[in-house]
Design a binder for this molecule. Structure first.
Ligand SMILES: [Zn+2]
Length: 313
């Protein structure tokens, strides 16, 4: 057992329950604060009702993978958690919106900020972050991204909260991300490589697992690969004995500014996932069952992996 930071205060890892490890409860929060007319009038109601449905369907905890530069809103997360009774863990670190001032700065400058958000709270709210995030996408780790990755590593070593990596599986970008974390002295049992179900390359996935880290199988239904093919890959990893290192999730946001996507794209996203944060339970778990995964294993998915991850097991 250990204690982690939820947006409503300390939470014991044994109370995490069914946990979605990579979602976006509220993204572009700064747009909503400054230009609310760009959002649907009822966007907060939509989020609260979607998360209340998830709670009724058996979701206990959601990790909000929204960093500052993706528009994190800690106060809104706390309000949503209070109203829905779903535990929410806020994150610190940095995604890929890199202002020019980052160029050439020491990672220690940002490590100090991230540690403050874990130990004292975010933007004067007293709401503490419970996870660190760093990101690299196609093209690999960029110079500013490397500064932030090293900052996240140093904050992890000082504050001992785990790290999730936004990564680009088709180019195996995590190979480089993990080598930088190792250089910084991070034990990879504290690291999850996210978005890995954008590939079906088992050799790469098992190489990642052999490094000691967890796999965020968190693009559901996702783009480019079918949901079923993502689940077939998960089934192969379950068969190979890796169930407790897998972190399935959706990477889903229930509300985005109206101008974000053209209406037809918004429509197709909704059509692709009519179940929101219950897509895994309603679709993916059924697929796994049809593929022959025993109920005893399904009962531990989204429960044991997240708990192990936060306990550094
Ligand atoms: Zn995400």
């Amino acid at each position: 057992m250990s204690l982690i930071n939820s947006v409503l205060g300390p939470l014991e890892t044994k109370d995490l329950g069914f946990t979605l490890m990579h979602e976006h409860v509220i993204s572009q929060g700064f747009v909503a604060q400054n230009y609310p007319e760009l959002f649907d009038d009822h966007f907060m109601d939509k989020i609260i009702s979607g998360i209340s449905d998830a709670k009724k369907g058996g979701v206990d905890t959601i990790i909000d993978a929204t960093t500052f530069d993706l528009g994190r809103d800690a106060a809104a997360l706390a309000e949503i958690s209070r109203k829905t009774k779903v535990n929410i863990i806020a994150c610190t670190g940095w995604w890929m919106n890199m202002p020019q001032f980052i160029d050439g700065t020491s990672p220690d400058v940002y490590a100090d900020l991230f540690v403050r958000e874990i130990q004292e709270g975010i933007a004067g709210t007293g709401i503490k972050a419970g996870i660190l995030k760093s990101a690299a996408d196609f093209g690999g780790v960029m110079p500013e991204g490397e500064i932030m990755l090293r900052a996240v590593a140093r904050a992890h070593i000082r504050a001992m909260v785990p790290i999730i990596l936004h990564s680009y599986a088709p180019e195996q970008v995590a190979r480089h991300q993990l080598s930088i974390l190792k250089e910084e002295g991070v034990d990879l049992k504290w690291v999850a490589v996210d978005h890995v179900n954008d590939t079906t390359d088992l050799e790469y996935l098992i190489w990642l697992l052999d490094q000691g880290c967890y796999l965020g199988m968190d693009r559901y239904p996702g783009l480019n690969l079918s949901s079923r093919s993502r689940t077939e890959t998960m089934k192969k990893l379950i068969d190979a004995g890796w169930t407790d290192r897998l972190l399935p999730s959706h990477d889903c946001s229930l509300a985005t500014p109206d101008t974000f996507f053209p209406p037809e794209v918004k429509e197709s996203i909704l059509k692709g996932n009519p179940y929101g944060y219950l897509y895994l339970k309603k679709v993916v778990f059924t697929q796994l069952e049809e593929m022959g995964v025993p109920k005893a294993i399904l009962d531990t998915l989204c429960v044991k992996g997240p708990r192990n991850f936060f306990e550094g097991a």
